[in-house]
Design a protein around this ligand. Structure first.
Ligand code: G3H
Ligand code: 13P
Ligand code: ZN
Length: 322
């Protein structure tokens, strides 16, 4: 099937109490790892491209790689999405350039300005058959070259969401309920420790999510910053010359709960980076004489595939839904 928008996949996800995975793609191995897992698990998927990905890999290469995945995985509904579109021009360029979904992220701007720019993107996108994700509230962490400190982050105000969605006409809404971008989502000081001494992050604000959903019944909600930062990858990285002390993510059971509620799209990028880096670090340690990139990119691609398959089945619940 050709590239799809997220309209149908979000409706099914909302009604079915699961979420679709939105995975960031930056190179061929990542596209292959994700889509091969989705093909095997019969799962719909959002492949998303950031401004940084376009700068790294080039718009055309990314679109063509995704088109290749569409051809190779004929049973998988795939949406091609712009992640964190910073302005109208970037969104327009992706809409004109074959994307089926864009995010306009003006969450750091004042409410009225966010409405104004989002509305402009929605009008252009809808006229071209493309859907739009917008954002209210500010996540902590690093996205593209912008770093937001925990103090400057803010939860979404549920009392703003109806007016925002009505005025902008956006198709889905990313909200801030305590997730954060990157592999260092919380400082040890923000966490507690369990009986084994392992850091436990502060819980997500499900009360905010519930309040938002009450005000927007049937409307698809998006969670950014939703990598779990699996400890086995962090341990592998640290055991093979890396240095990632105190890396910490969102517990899987919290994401499962969000997926069973109104959250229809869950964004994952850092876990892909960790899977690749852990695998390659281990490989280099074990095979110091190897120098053919295919030798170490093959297991790295497999690690992405295995990690994504795990998410589809055990976190998102979207396996068997394609
Ligand atoms: O939210 C940010 C994503 O992880 C994309 O990261 O801008 O470094 O490609 P990037
Ligand atoms: P992570 O850094 O938690 O993977 O979040 C990715 C994301 O939100 C992309 O938009
Ligand atoms: Zn994000």
């Amino acid at each position: 099937m050709p590239l799809v928008t997220t309209t149908e996949m979000f409706k099914k996800a909302y009604d079915g109490g699961y979420a679709v995975g939105a995975f960031n793609v930056n190179n061929m191995e990542i596209v292959q790892g994700i889509t091969e897992a989705c093909q095997e698990q019969h799962a719909p998927v959002v492949l998303q491209v950031s401004k940084g990905a376009r700068a790294y890999a080039n718009h055309t290469y990314l679109v063509k790689m995704v088109e290749a995945a569409v051809k190779e995985c004929p049973d998988v509904p795939i949406a091609l999405h712009l992640d964190h579109g910073p302005d109208f021009e970037t969104c327009k360029s992706c809409i004109d350039g074959g994307f089926t979904s864009v995010m306009i992220d003006c969450s750091s701007k004042p409410f009225d300005e966010n409405v104004e720019i989002t509305k402009k993107v929605v009008e252009y996108a809808h006229a071209h058959g493309v859907v739009v994700e917008a954002e209210l509230g500010t996540l902590a962490g690093v996205e593209d070259d912008v770093k937001v400190s925990a103090e400057d982050s803010s939860y979404t105000h549920p009392e703003e969401v109806e007016e925002f969605v009505t005025r902008t006409g956006c198709d889905s809404l990313a909200i801030a309920i305590g997730t954060s971008h990157g592999a260092y989502k919380f400082t040890p000081e923000q966490c507690t420790r369990n009986e084994k001494g392992i850091l436990v992050p502060p819980p997500l604000r499900f009360d905010v999510l519930e309040e938002v959903s009450k005000r927007l019944p049937g409307f698809p909600i998006v969670l950014h910053g939703s990598s779990s930062v699996p400890q086995n990858f962090v341990d592998m990285i640290n055991a093979h010359g890396g240095k990632m002390p105190d890396a910490i993510g969102i517990p899987e059971e919290e994401l499962r709960k969000a997926a069973s509620m109104s959250v229809c799209k869950i964004n994952i990028d850092s876990d892909i980076r960790l899977a690749i880096t852990a695998t390659i670090r281990e490989y280099f340690d074990e095979h110091p004489d190897h120098f053919d990139p295919r030798q170490y990119l093959k297991p790295a691609r497999q690690a992405v595939k295995d990690m994504v398959a795990h998410k589809l089945i055990h976190v998102l619940g979207c396996n068997g839904k394609a």
